[in-house]
Design a protein. Structure first.
Length: 541
């Protein structure tokens, strides 16, 4: 078996100072040879510790039926596909033209050389803008060539990158064959040989550029998440944002849930960040203990994330979360809000919408799914003293990074509640996580907001709804590609998810129960508008 350290080196990721390559090789070799029971019963094994980054060795190339193909001429370097890939299978890089030619010189086959060269293109963002600066300043860096590379060993073929690319049409899914798969490996291997993106091309003011930095990739892929998993994308983005602020100087306390299952499918750990998993309901309590210990040891500069789903944070662990928020401790909480207990087969949580069908809330003639209203953890968290609160989606990168970086900069407890699509439980296609998250915002199912106690004395000063479309209206309005302006309601969003499918008759009319759910969403939106001091023009008419 290829040494684990070689995998890490080839990925050009920043190896943490606490990295133990010897132990990782022992665990992986034992697993792959079937001799796992022969591992020495030392404290490492006794504590069920999975070495960092071992997910880098996992190979999905023989499983996924499809792969994304780059159409270089259409790529604009927006980095959205890199941001939203749930499996760390898509990477972006900027290469100076001279460096590219130098590396290409080592490729003997002319046809292969041209194929590789065609992958690296001039974009306005990384080439034209730099050349314009260079025309005024000869010492400025030359324009760089940009590329998107796909790691065929990590891609599960979900296809989410294609709709994320949107109107650019720079990616398309193709069937994997014995002929094209070797070409993918050739492209990937050449990409890895190239040096890292020079710092000059990484604009700290453009948040999506964070993932051009090798040391920001702290989730390596190889996790056991479902195809297109909404949670995995958000975790990747959160780790990248945290590395921007504190480097590797942070840790994670995870609640039992999907994130811990797909993050520790033995022996494959996709994280390069130290993390621990406690019981479902008490991760905030464990985090408080770690924070107190770190502070006592003089490590107040370390950041600590608590990660859990809506079941862990809104239901069984709500009391522990509330205690954490009241403590004033510098701990950050990431809630992966799927509106169901995904890890236990999709049973309802208090974050579930009225009418949603889920286990323990079946849809029938008498009871049409869940009857209770959704608990709003955002508003509840805001009512705790001096707590930073944000509600966001990974699909809106600008708002997402602003939310997470704001939480990290806040001196005290912070909550970032993120809607994360659960494809299998909600009946959503594998490639729809990005689109569903954006539509959840547009339909008022999951409004965006940031509440920062440092912004002023009043709720109006502290709370902003910036990022939501049509902030002073009931429903979002936007023009489609055909130029026609359309309104997006909660019912429109519900129509796209199988969890609400039984609420529509043969003519597509929504049930009374679903209309009640829509009224609940509208009332929640009105409350946020009132708190933020925004006049609703529809209510004044």
């Amino acid at each position: 078996m290829t040494e684990y350290r070689n995998f890490i080196d080839r990925r050009r990721v920043s190896v943490p100072t606490w990295y133990d390559g010897k132990r990782a090789r022992e665990v992986l070799d034992a697993y792959n040879s079937g001799s796992g029971s022969g591992l020495a019963a030392d404290p490492f094994v006794a504590q069920s510790i999975v070495p960092a980054g071992t997910g880098a060795t996992r190979d999905f190339s023989y499983i996924a039926p499809d792969l994304p193909e780059l159409i270089p001429a259409n790529c604009v370097g927006c980095m959205e596909c890199v941001q939203n890939c749930p499996d760390s299978a898509i990477f972006g890089k900027v290469v100076p033209p001279g460096t590219l030619e130098q590396e290409l010189a080592g490729v003997s086959d002319a046809a292969e050389r041209e194929l590789l060269r065609a992958q690296y293109v001039q974009t306005t963002k990384y080439f034209d803008a730099f050349e314009k600066k260079r025309a005024k300043d000869a010492d400025a860096p030359a324009g760089g060539l940009f590329t998107i590379a796909i790691d065929p060993t990590k891609c599960k073929g979900c296809g989410e990158c294609v709709p994320v690319c949107g109107d650019h049409d720079a990616l398309k899914m193709v069937k994997k064959t014995g002929e094209n798969l070797p070409r993918y490996f050739d492209l990937w291997n050449f990409y890895q040989q190239l040096p890292s993106t020079p710092k000059a091309y990484i604009n700290p003011k453009v948040v999506v550029d964070i993932m051009l930095r090798d040391d920001a990739i702290l989730y390596l892929g190889g996790g056991g998440s479902c195809m297109g998993c909404g949670e995995a994308s958000v975790i990747r983005q959160t780790l990248a944002a945290t590395s921007e602020r504190v480097g590797e100087n942070f840790g994670i306390v995870a609640s039992t849930g999907c994130n811990t299952v797909f993050g520790a499918t033995y022996p494959y750990n996709p994280f390069l960040v130290p993390w621990t998993n406690s019981l479902f309901e008490n991760s905030p309590t464990v985090a408080m203990g770690i924070r107190a210990f770190w502070d006592a040891q003089g490590h107040k500069d370390r950041q600590l994330w608590v990660v859990g789903g809506d079941g862990a944070m809104l239901d069984i662990g709500f009391q522990a979360l509330s205690r954490l928020l009241t403590s004033g401790m510098n701990i950050k909480v990431l809630i992966l809000d799927t509106q169901v207990y995904s890890n236990t087969g999709g049973q309802t949580s208090t974050a579930t919408f009225i009418g949603q069908e889920a286990k323990m809330s079946a849809h029938g003639k008498v009871v049409m799914g869940k009857t209770e209203r959704r608990k709003e953890i955002g508003q509840i968290a805001m009512m705790h003293p001096h707590v930073y609160v944000a509600q966001t989606v990974g699909a809106m990168s600008g708002h997402f990074y602003k939310s997470v970086l704001g939480a990290l900069d806040f001196d005290g407890p912070a909550v970032v509640n993120v809607y994360t699509t659960c494809q299998p439980e909600h009946g959503v296609a594998d490639d729809r996580s990005y689109d569903q998250a954006r539509m959840a915002v547009e339909s008022r199912a999951f409004p965006l907001f940031i509440y920062d106690p440092t912004k002023g004395r009043t709720l109006k000063q502290r709370l902003t709804l910036q990022g939501n479309p049509s902030m002073n209206r009931n429903w979002a309005e936007k023009k489609g590609r055909d130029g026609v302006e359309r309104t997006t309601t909660f019912v429109d969003w519900a129509r796209t998810e199988a969890r609400f499918a039984k609420h529509f008759d043969r003519e597509g009319n929504p049930s009374e129960s679903l209309l009640r759910s829509q009224a609940d969403r509208l009332e929640n939106w009105w409350q946020l508008q009132e708190l933020a001091g925004i006049k609703n023009l529809d209510l004044e008419d």
